[in-house]
Write a protein that binds this ligand. Structure first.
Ligand code: SAH
Ligand code: SF4
Ligand code: F3S
Length: 443
């Protein structure tokens, strides 16, 4: 059953920055095939959902979107539906069995096959799929349609070997692999020539860059950062995510020493309780994390620290949860992503006893969110009156004559200005919420 090639596509991406970055390459591939982007699914001939499977909610959300796709396809049977990303990898059988609306399934390590899969679907009339387990072809080498602007992501590792007991990522993103340093730096140079001023290195655990036994190069993560600091035009460098067990002395030194490297670390702690951390298989304990934070704060004045926290892990008692609250108090986080534990079928924790009552977990989450927000607001209010460096990202979506940019600590600031995206502006901070600021250009 051959059919006409689609001319337009709609793309929606869920999940982490790595997935959003993959979406740039999905868009790049489709645009290279001659498809033009549509912002509404109703108008597009090809619908792409780039999915996440980190928590249960992500699965139910996709079911909703596929319902929408099915309604659209009912009106016009020539539409094609692609499910890409982590859920395509983890739930491929169910997706093929329960969702006849799906034409193509493509896992995150198989994006380079997307063009062929679409062609196969077109020629055979049957659903097509590809699910390579590990990264052998880097998405970074595929065409890319990047949103315009002075910020860009650069992938440095793929996969994860940590197998935290709750986490599905190692099962869907495969073994941890490091990209060649020369390729990474060549990409940074290319981006700088295109006008990019700030890069964010991406990996599930950036600190373990270059440590895999089969890595051909000799570079370390700190060495890579050092190399990127030398690229003309790059004013700011960030990275995400750091694993507390792998933060090296060399990295701490660089954070304090190099002007281009922003004083912000996203350092997921997950819990403040030793027994929960052990059951999570995080590879550090409460004291180890607190010591690391102390060393970081000593070496990096003004460091902004953010984290991820899970409540309701199997067996978590009230005392365990209070250990999390007290750790959050002690660390003085600038912000945190907070989650209720969600069992994922493949993982070790899904088989642990001691399920926490959902109502108890929700109450704990609320207490934690209240603390995180109070702490964030207090930390931000303490900065009012200061003049800080802001990199302008774009014109404000809410107020004419205003721009939005970020501090070196990655906090958004809105202020009246005619500065262009990419400009570095000195801004006086005037008002604060728990996560953002309003300011004015300093005279
Ligand atoms: N590689 C990163 C982040 C991975 S996923 C790291 O190691 O920190 C982002 C966050 O989702 C995790 O830090 C964790 O807080 C949360 N998460 C992962 N699996 C989860 C699960 N099963 N239930 C609830 N939250 C989860
Ligand atoms: Fe998941 Fe742990 Fe790997 Fe992060 S380090 S992706 S939480 S297994
Ligand atoms: Fe990211 Fe979700 Fe996959 S958090 S790695 S898109 S499971």
């Amino acid at each position: 059953m051959s059919r006409a090639k689609p001319q337009t596509y709609y793309l929606r991406s869920f999940g982490c920055q790595m997935n959003d970055h993959d979406a740039e390459h999905i868009a790049g591939l489709l645009e290279e095939m001659g498809l033009a982007r549509e912002e509404s699914p109703e108008k597009a001939e090809l619908l792409v959902y780039n999915t996440c499977s980190i928590r249960e909610k992500a699965d139910t959300r996709l079911a909703g979107h596929l319902g929408e796709a099915a309604r659209i396809k009912k009106k016009d049977g020539s539409r094609l539906v692609v499910v890409a990303g982590c859920l395509a990898q983890s739930r491929r059988e169910e997706l093929l069995r329960d969702f006849p609306v799906v034409d193509v399934l493509v896992g995150p390590q198989s994006l380079h096959e997307l063009t062929d899969l679409l062609e196969r679907r077109r020629l055979t009339g049957r659903p097509a799929g590809a699910f390579q387990e590990d990264t052998t072809c880097w998405s970074a080498d595929l065409p890319r349609a990047r949103a315009e602007g002075p910020l860009a992501w650069v992938q440095i590792t793929a996969g994860c070997d940590n197998f935290c007991s709750y986490c599905i990522v190692p099962y869907v993103r495969g073994r941890e692999t490091s990209r060649a340093a020369a390729d990474i730096l060549a990409e940074v140079e290319r981006l700088a020539r295109e006008g990019v001023r700030e890069i964010m290195f991406l990996g599930q655990n950036v600190n373990s860059y270059g440590t895999q036994p089969d890595f051909a190069g000799k570079e370390t993560f700190a060495g890579l950062l050092h190399g990127a600091c030398g690229v003309a035009g790059i004013e700011r460098i960030r990275f995400m995510t750091s694993h507390p067990k792998d933060v090296s002395e060399a990295l701490i030194e660089l954070l304090g020493a190099r002007n281009q490297i922003c004083e912000h670390l996203h350092l997921p702690v997950q819990s403040g309780s030793d027994s929960v951390l052990e059951a999570m298989r995080r590879g550090y304990d409460r004291q180890g994390y607190l010591n690391l934070v102390r060393r970081l704060r000593r070496a990096v004045p003004g460091l902004a620290l953010t984290t991820d926290l899970i409540v309701g892990f199997p067996g978590e008692t009230e005392a365990d949860f209070e250990d999390t609250l007290s750790l959050v108090e002690a660390c003085g986080f600038d912000g945190a992503f907070t989650f209720i534990y969600s069992p994922r079928a493949q993982t070790e924790a899904a088989r642990l006893p001691g399920r926490v009552d959902p109502e108890v977990a929700r109450t704990r989450l609320q207490r934690l969110v209240d603390l995180v927000q109070r702490q964030g607001r207090e930390r931000n209010e303490a900065l009012l009156g200061e003049v800080v460096e802001v990199l302008v990202e774009r014109r404000s979506r809410h107020a004419a004559g205003e721009v939005m940019g970020r501090t070196r600590s990655y906090k958004p600031v809105n202020f009246p200005s005619s500065a262009r995206p990419g400009a570095l502006v000195a801004v006086e901070l005037l008002e604060a919420t728990s996560t953002s600021f309003r300011g004015r250009e300093a005279g």
